[in-house]
Design a protein around this ligand. Structure first.
Ligand code: FEO
Length: 399
């Protein structure tokens, strides 16, 4: 059980920590996560979001430490993904199914489709303001951050923004606030952005512009996952601005898999070529690095070389896994090059080049293919591929 934390007068964090979860839709989360939910007490008692279904009883127990759940007058659902909506049926059953359930238009549709129930949906949209007892709630739809139904709820008097998935982190630790954990939270926030929100970066930019125009005074940001930003909410907003710009830095990645170490030798030679041009580089063997950590590194990398041997006229299964994952998250502004060894047909480089094209990455070279085992000339070609990639990156960065 989680001891509710009072965030402001009568406003509590009542969610649950999921200590055991390690995989979130293919994204490795070594420190678990939390499903944050918030109870606003006053003349009316309002619950903002719920938790994943298996944690429903724990949520009810947490709320019960403050008030009888029957005293809840309404629920606000900022987001219908099941990690936040999974306990809505349990909560509605407890508080009375005729009580208002505030959500976006798409949220009402999603909740109906998820639970096959027609709750007392009260649709709210961007710019709507609701007074419930002595509290005021304003809404801002944030479509695709992370689903089409997503929205922010803002409490102007308390200056608290309940931001749903945005500004979250998959972290279930002993800390609850940014001032308690300090800089250690930023790698979690960065990984979360790279693996969940990156493909919506243009929408993040538009949202940040909207928020700036609204001139919202934000004292605290309460996301639905991880720590709450009470000391310096501007820090995570600035980080989102940076990450969503997808501006490349002086950094390259060499991502590869190998069958008989030939592609490994090529990867190492390419890495040396990149280093010789004073570009920072990481050599990432897909058997050693989880796809979600590779994705995090891709966030700001300016150049990416991908190597795969040819297997059964295709690319290696682990490389196919990583490429599918990367492609879905749509990282932009990358220079790219492919390489790989082969035995007789050698399609891997061609397939990888097609993947780069589909992702709108700029291919700087047709790529290097090596029959069976690279000799010194082949390794020199790989070294040169590395230098070509690095030089192009420096040219792009005006270095
Ligand atoms: Fe944390 Fe999109 O749900």
């Amino acid at each position: 059980m989680f001891t509710p934390i009072e965030l402001a007068d009568g406003i509590y964090s009542v969610g649950c920590r999921d200590w055991d979860i390690r995989d979130f839709h293919g994204y490795e989360i070594p420190e678990g996560t939390s499903y944050n939910a918030f109870l606003i007490t006053g003349e009316q008692n309002i619950l903002i979001d719920t938790v994943k279904a298996p944690f429903g009883e724990e949520l009810v127990a947490n709320i019960s430490r403050i008030l009888d759940p029957k005293e809840i007058d309404a629920v606000i659902s900022n987001h219908t993904e099941m990690d936040h909506s999974g306990s809505i049926p349990r909560i509605m059953h407890k508080i009375g199914e005729d009580k208002p359930l505030y959500c976006s238009k798409m949220g009402a549709q999603n909740l109906k489709n998820h639970f096959n129930r027609d709750y007392n949906f009260q649709v709210v949209g961007s710019g709507d303001t609701l007074t419930l007892g002595n509290r005021t709630f304003s809404f801002l739809e944030t479509r695709m951050l992370h689903w089409p139904d997503s929205m922010f709820t803002y409490m102007p008097e308390e200056k608290i923004l309940f931001s749903s998935d945005a500004f979250g982190q998959h972290y279930a630790g002993d800390k609850f606030f940014d001032d308690e954990i300090g800089d250690d939270i930023m790698p979690h926030a960065r990984k979360y952005y790279a693996n969940i929100l990156l493909h919506f970066s243009p929408r993040v930019q538009a949202l940040l512009t909207d928020v700036a125009k609204m001139n919202l005074d934000i004292r605290m940001i309460c996301p639905d996952h991880g720590i709450l930003w009470r000391k310096d909410p501007t820090r995570i907003i600035a980080a989102y601005d940076l990450w969503s710009r997808q501006e490349p830095v002086n950094k390259a990645l060499v991502i590869f898999d190998s069958m008989w170490e030939s592609t490994t030798k090529m990867a190492r030679a390419i890495t040396s070529g990149i280093e010789s041009e004073q570009v920072g580089v990481r050599l990432m063997n897909t058997r050693k690095w989880h796809r979600s950590d590779i994705m995090t590194e891709i966030l700001d990398a300016g150049a990416v070389a991908v190597g795969s041997p040819t297997l059964n006229n295709g690319i290696f299964p682990v490389i196919a896994d990583v490429m599918t994952y990367i492609k879905g998250l749509r990282p932009q502004n990358k220079l790219a090059a492919a390489f790989g060894s082969y035995g007789w047909s050698g399609e891997a480089v061609k397939i990888l080049n097609k993947e780069f094209e589909e992702m709108k990455w700029e291919t700087v070279d047709p790529g290097v293919k090596v029959l069976y085992v690279p000799d010194q000339d082949d390794l020199k070609r790989c070294f040169d591929l590395g230098t070509a990639l690095a030089r192009k990156l420096k040219e792009k960065l005006n270095r």
